[in-house]
Write a protein that binds this ligand. Structure first.
Ligand SMILES: NC(=O)c1ccc[n+]([C@@H]2O[C@H](COP(=O)([O-])OP(=O)(O)OC[C@H]3O[C@@H](n4cnc5c(N)ncnc54)[C@H](O)[C@@H]3O)[C@@H](O)[C@H]2O)c1
Length: 362
């Protein structure tokens, strides 16, 4: 079944549509669109997606005057130099303000192509066609676009809602297993944030999720997207509520930083961060002690490790000091009073965080 929702932003709106086969439906509708007078599509992707989803790329590229821009895959591509490559490619291809950029890829392409689109000619139309699970449930929705600077991740960016987001779970069947797991970390975050219904839904279709059956994934993805869209609609520029989306991320990012990017997957980092957040929430918010073992069972069934080697847990705490999400007044940590009821702005004491980190340590 296909689904559709509208996210109303301060200066732009997003139409978000999804479902198994939605890519094909979207491309068919596109045949009515475009042409010299009405705008053209410039497609940006990465080398893995270009190889694994060659047919879809070919179909998207028909609407552009230029061949797609195929960038190297991976986080290092989200940098200033490659942003320059995008600008030059748009300029050489004669992109105009009524043209569209289609970001066809995971979160790296979405963030980079999105930032290029937000800034080239002060903004073209942006369409996101996410191909990783993380991008489908999270990064393609909500308009945060950014590149990394030598001083840190996502330091140069903008809030720029895509006009269209097309989310087709069929595209996920070529995603490497580790990358699929990265997306599952975010899915579990949305489960805790949204509440009982989503957690029960995931528990009820574990086999389908593990086999990546589009039908099983579709409803889960839709619920994650609806949750995020509702939060973003209320707080597009992250002045308050949107920070709930950082649940599990303060410790998750610290683990990635402390262990070295790539040594612990982003998804595993988030999952471990969620477990720490649940332990902290038991103490500070009286979270029911049944939630954590329930999540542990779920995480294990999804094949994600629940512990990691941590030579020095103080080092993890220090690494949180770099997290740009910390507020000046305290840790700005996100906890959970109960499933579906996040609480912002906690300031957990060090000894509680250390005890919680001990729990995820092998
Ligand atoms: N803007 C936001 O709100 C937001 C939110 C969360 C994360 N992010 C950003 O997202 C990025 C991570 O995104 P990601 O996990 O998608 O990483 P990614 O874009 O690097 O994709 C992961 C890997 O999977 C490959 N891939 C993607 N789709 C594929 C497919 N269908 N078949 C085969 N291979 C495929 C890619 O080539 C890449 O090697 C980070 O830079 C992070 O900062 C942004």
């Amino acid at each position: 079944m296909s689904w559709r929702l509208e996210l109303r932003g301060a200066s732009r709106d997003s139409v978000i549509r999804g479902g198994p086969g939605e890519f094909g439906a979207f491309v068919s509708e596109l045949s009515e669109w475009g042409g010299e007078e009405r705008g053209r599509a410039y497609v940006i992707t990465d080398a893995n997606v270009a190889r694994e989803r060659a047919d879809e790329l070919e179909r998207l590229s028909r609407f552009g005057p230029a061949r797609p821009l195929i960038l190297p895959a991976g986080e290092p591509t989200k940098d200033l130099e490659t942003l320059g490559v995008c600008y030059s490619w748009l300029a050489e291809g004669g992109a105009r303000r009524d043209d569209v950029v289609i970001a066809f890829g995971g979160g790296v392409i979405g963030d980079l192509a999105g930032f290029a689109t937000a800034t080239y000619l002060r903004g073209l139309s942006l369409w996101q066609v996410p191909t990783s699970l993380l991008a489908q449930v999270d990064s393609s929705v909500g308009g945060k676009v950014a590149i990394n600077l030598p001083a840190g991740k996502n330091l140069a960016g903008a809030f720029y809602l895509p006009d269209v987001v097309v989310i087709d779970p069929v595209l996920l069947d070529t995603l490497p297993r580790e990358e699929f797991r990265n997306g599952l970390g975010e899915v579990l975050k949305y489960g805790l944030l949204e509440g009982e219904a989503l957690v029960t839904l995931i528990e009820g279709c574990l086999a389908g999720v593990n086999q990546r059956l589009p039908k099983a994934l579709d409803e889960i993805i839709e619920r994650c997207v609806r949750y995020k869209a509702a939060v973003v609609q209320e707080d597009e520029r992250e002045t308050g509520l949107r920070a709930v989306l950082n649940l599990g991320h303060t410790i998750g990012h610290a683990l990635e930083k402390y262990l070295g990017y790539g040594r612990v997957g982003h998804g595993q980092g988030v999952v471990l961060g969620l477990l720490v957040a649940l332990r902290v929430s038991e103490e500070l918010l009286g979270l029911d002690r049944d939630v954590r073992p329930r999540m542990l069972r779920l995480i294990t069934a999804l094949g994600i490790p629940t512990q990691v080697e941590l030579p020095d847990i103080d080092g993890v705490l220090e690494a949180t000091g770099w997290d740009k999400k910390l507020s000046a007044s305290g840790r700005g940590y996100v906890g959970l009073r109960r499933l579906g009821e996040p609480v912002l702005g906690l300031n957990p004491p060090d000894d509680l965080l250390l005890e919680a980190l001990e729990m995820i340590r092998i």
